[in-house]
Design a protein around this ligand. Sequence first.
Ligand SMILES: *[C@@H]1O[C@H](CO)[C@@H](O)[C@H](O)[C@H]1NC(C)=O
Ligand SMILES: *[C@@H]1O[C@H](CO)[C@@H](O)[C@H](O)[C@H]1NC(C)=O
Ligand SMILES: *[C@@H]1O[C@H](CO)[C@@H](O)[C@H](O)[C@H]1NC(C)=O
Ligand SMILES: *[C@@H]1O[C@H](CO)[C@@H](O)[C@H](O)[C@H]1NC(C)=O
Ligand SMILES: *[C@@H]1O[C@H](CO)[C@@H](O)[C@H](O)[C@H]1NC(C)=O
Ligand SMILES: *[C@@H]1O[C@H](CO)[C@@H](O)[C@H](O)[C@H]1NC(C)=O
Ligand SMILES: *[C@@H]1O[C@H](CO)[C@@H](O)[C@H](O)[C@H]1NC(C)=O
Ligand SMILES: *[C@@H]1O[C@H](CO)[C@@H](O)[C@H](O)[C@H]1NC(C)=O
Length: 400
Amino acid sequence: MFVKQLLPAVLAIGSAAAQTCTVSTTTVNSQAEATKLASCRTVKGSVVVGPLAGANIDISGPREITGDFSVLDNGILETFSSSSLTTVGGSFTMRNVTKLSSLSFSSLTSVRALSWQSVTNLNTFTLGPLSKADEVTISDTFLDALDGIDLAKVNKFDINNNRRLKKFTTKLASLSDNLNIQANGIGLEISLPNLIWIANMTIANVTKFQVPSLKVVNGSARFDSNYFESFAAPNLTHTESGDISFVGNGALNNMTFPKLTSIGGGLLIANNTGLDKVTYFSQLTDVGGAIKLRGNFTEVDFPKLNIVKGAFDVSSTGDITKSCETLQKAAPSAQGGDGRVEGTFSCTSNNDKANEDTNGQTSDSGNVDTGSGDKSSAAGLSFNAALLGLAAVAALASAL
Ligand SMILES: *[C@@H]1O[C@H](CO)[C@@H](O)[C@H](O)[C@H]1NC(C)=O
Ligand SMILES: *[C@@H]1O[C@H](CO)[C@@H](O)[C@H](O)[C@H]1NC(C)=O
Ligand SMILES: *[C@@H]1O[C@H](CO)[C@@H](O)[C@H](O)[C@H]1NC(C)=O
Ligand SMILES: *[C@@H]1O[C@H](CO)[C@@H](O)[C@H](O)[C@H]1NC(C)=O
Ligand SMILES: *[C@@H]1O[C@H](CO)[C@@H](O)[C@H](O)[C@H]1NC(C)=O
Ligand SMILES: *[C@@H]1O[C@H](CO)[C@@H](O)[C@H](O)[C@H]1NC(C)=O
Ligand SMILES: *[C@@H]1O[C@H](CO)[C@@H](O)[C@H](O)[C@H]1NC(C)=O
Ligand SMILES: *[C@@H]1O[C@H](CO)[C@@H](O)[C@H](O)[C@H]1NC(C)=O
């Protein structure tokens, strides 16, 4: 596995002055071995802190590790620090490091990836702060804040199972792959005041979620089992290719999407049992996938809808016959509408089981309750109903 280099041989190369020490992978097995790295300005290669290295390890001296820096399966380390390290060229990984409670890398500003998983006792850390990273994963820690992480842009950000985490505010402006936040502390408040564009996000178990500047979602935005009562994306104009979905957000009773004009994929709103209407998409004209709505609605309205490439499929526990009557005007011509909806149109009331259907698959039943509607003529219509768009499925899969 790890190739252990003899540190003295490495250090024999240069003087005590700033130098580059070349190793492929060096394993630090004690504080004495860590201290031997002090004269290296740059460690060219990877550094592993061995599982029996001791309770307190300080690696001060080096400013850069060009490869990876890792601590794995370590049940002894309690404090871990470096006052000098600014850059890790590879991944700064800690996994299954169960006694570590304090980490201080006060100069560290740049890593390719930061991955801390099952660092179950870690309750505080200091970083440079970290301002440059492609990927950050923080999972299963005892942290109540992530203050040392201050990135303006990142590819992937994954924060999960940090049971004490109550607040996360970041100046993040753009994220090019996926933001995943789930199963953290109850009451978690997320604030992304500067976020303007994001590829995908999967947000679950969050109490507050603020994205006042968000303009574009390139991929999909998915909100599951959150505790917020309202959701606002006041500046969101469109999703380029993915879905917007809200599933099982039991307290949700209000949404704000005043500028949203198009959704590249589908729209799924299901089992948000406190949501009694869906009248929040006043500017929405184009939907590239399907619209599927399930809930306790009494009113559903999409006043500007111009084109829905997939199905339009609404079912409520309540009576929405009046809404269905208006909505049906957009149904395919075969269902008596003007064809703005290209897939099957279905709109039904008084469905006790409406909240049980939370998947992305739309119904192809073509049922319509408009009071005056003829259900039987619609029921024979079979359309190969669009899935909401594969992105939602992919995001769900990656969250499992
Ligand atoms: C975690 O590390 C401990 C040693 O501290 C080891 O005994 C245990 O098997 C590791 N757990 C996993 C899941 O790898
Ligand atoms: C957290 O969200 C997930 C969905 O991603 C859900 O299955 C789970 O029940 C939620 N946990 C709590 C405690 O709400
Ligand atoms: C919302 O978008 C407008 C127009 O692009 C911009 O002027 C405004 O600053 C944005 N608001 C926020 C809070 O970012
Ligand atoms: C995402 O959208 C932004 C703004 O529309 C664009 O500049 C960027 O290239 C897109 N990125 C991807 C990965 O599609
Ligand atoms: C994120 O969004 C992009 C499009 O911007 C898509 O190609 C990619 O598959 C998505 N990734 C995940 C994990 O959903
Ligand atoms: C609907 O959401 C509630 C929580 O609000 C949850 O307990 C229930 O299991 C969800 N039902 C389905 C079918 O997902
Ligand atoms: C819903 O939210 C909007 C803006 O956030 C607010 O103006 C409105 O009063 C809210 N409506 C209800 C019923 O809470
Ligand atoms: C929503 O519908 C469920 C049945 O799916 C019902 O148990 C619940 O009382 C309803 N909630 C509200 C607020 O109407």
